[in-house]
Design a protein. Structure first.
Ligand code: NAD
Length: 415
């Protein structure tokens, strides 16, 4: 994600020009609290010692401990991690949970490592970060190419170092190791609750709504399932190998089965093969972005025909594309709102771990729905008041909330 942090600053500046927030709060938010860069030595299976670069950026903790995923990906770099940590601060403030923003990762291609090497890499990274993470300090979670097993491994290594079991040091753990029901579907579920609210406002019936979804993984695949189950017309989906389109709605359960067998959605019966670029330009009501960053840009935004874009991915629309979409009357339901379900359920997991409780899935989704609905309504209200787009409205809501936290904290202190 090139220049991602520059995009973040543009988004922040745009919101600060219409928010009721002191300039000094904005200046503080422009810089992360702490940047941690570590070496991650690993003894590889062939006996060589390889040294990887690991990062953790702690952006802001006015609302609570830093919170955010760990990414294992060869393109991980400091600029990207800083941007993602910042978005976590905004996201947690939009949904109003007592968590701050953090993010981390290792520049590594996990597909080139054995399972054993990935676990050794994770233990080595945990040792390097052990003084900087903790249930009340900074709580990592899974992100791109990290999973519940890796979270279990961090908990285990961290507990060994601290000589006590500390389940709440990470979230996204397997169920038998302190995980939370529904965490695997939380991001899509949160996005779905937001979509439902939008439909209520538009007084639309799901059967009248045509949807295209880019990305068919954890976020996009589950979202496709939810939309299909509720009667939306999902007419196109895609993965890294390409996309499929059908004039008539796709049977998502069959597409899923096909993907499991073939490793891609491409080639599914009676569909037209399309590229990922073509999917973005389809004549649909809603375009759901659930794959990568920087998909809708200055060069293709004017070709988007959907009336609404819902961002399950982080940073899929660039600031210049946002301007073009706004001028065309296309509304973007931004990542900091639409994909916040993941961090909300992570917060539930942390809370259950600390209180030694266990919630059933019904309770998790009921609470998630309440939080997502409240956040959506508030963002929508600010958008109408300020006559801006939903992303800027979400940022305004977040930075005004953050200012209140900052004032409470600094009431009795001098900076
Ligand atoms: P994933 O790896 O499960 O799925 C990613 C999907 O995108 C796969 O289907 C993959 O084939 C597809 N893809 C990859 N390259 C593509 C390309 N060039 N064009 C089209 N599709 C492509 O990942 P995920 O967890 O679903 O995450 C997807 C996005 O959602 C990421 O931006 C992630 O940061 C964001 N997100 C995920 C969560 C979560 O809880 N999973 C939470 C918040 C945000």
């Amino acid at each position: 994600m090139q220049k991602a942090f520059k995009n973040v600053l543009k988004q922040l500046e745009k919101a600060s020009s219409i928010a009721d927030v002191d300039n000094e709060v904005i200046e503080i938010l422009k810089v992360p609290d702490r940047i941690i860069q570590v070496k991650v030595p690993v003894r590889m299976d062939d006996g060589r010692l390889e040294i990887f670069k690991g990062y953790r950026v702690q952006h802001n903790n006015w609302s609570g401990p830093y919170k955010g995923g760990l990414r294992y990906f060869h393109l991980v770099n400091l600029d990207e991690v800083k941007a993602l940590a910042f978005w976590m601060t905004i996201k947690c403030a939009v949904v109003d949970i007592p968590m701050g923003g953090g993010k981390g990762g290792i520049a590594v291609d996990p597909k080139k490592l054995s399972e054993d090497e990935i676990l050794k890499l994770t233990r080595s990274f945990t040792r390097a970060l052990s003084d900087n993470i903790g249930a009340k300090i900074d709580i990592p979670a899974p992100d791109v190419y990290t999973n519940p097993q890796i979270m279990e491994c961090i908990t285990d290594e961290y507990s060994k170092i601290k000589c006590r079991e500390d389940l709440a040091v990470v979230t996204g753990k397997p169920m038998k190791k302190g995980g939370c029901h529904g965490r695997d579907r939380a991001t899509a579920m949160g996005g779905y609750f937001v979509l439902e609210e939008l439909m209520k406002k538009l007084k639309k019936n799901p059967s009248q709504v045509r949807i295209a979804i880019q990305g068919f993984g954890n976020a996009g695949g589950v979202m496709a399932d939810l939309c299909f189950d509720k009667g939306y017309q999902v007419v196109a989906v895609s993965d890294s190998k390409g996309g499929i389109y059908s004039e008539k709605a796709l049977d998502i359960s069959k597409v899923k089965q096909y993907k499991e067998e073939e490793g891609t959605v491409v080639g599914f019966q009676k569909t037209k093969e399309i590229t990922n670029e073509e999917l973005l330009e389809l004549n649909v009501d809603i375009l759901i972005l659930a794959a990568l960053e920087n998909q809708v840009t200055q060069s293709n935004a004017s070709k988007v025909k959907a009336k609404y874009i819902l961002e399950l991915a982080n940073g899929p629309t660039t600031p210049s594309a946002d301007e073009i979409l706004f001028s065309k009357g296309i509304e973007v339901i931004p990542d900091v709102l639409a994909n916040a379900g993941g961090v909300v359920v992570s917060y539930f997991e942390w809370k259950q771990n600390l209180e030694k409780k266990h919630w059933e899935e019904d309770k998790v989704f009921k609470k998630l729905k309440k939080i997502m609905t409240r956040a959506f309504d508030k963002v929508y209200e600010i958008r109408s008041q300020k006559k801006t787009n939903l992303r800027t409205a979400a940022f305004v809501l977040a930075i005004e909330r953050l200012q209140r936290k900052w004032r409470e904290r600094t009431k009795s202190e001098e900076l």
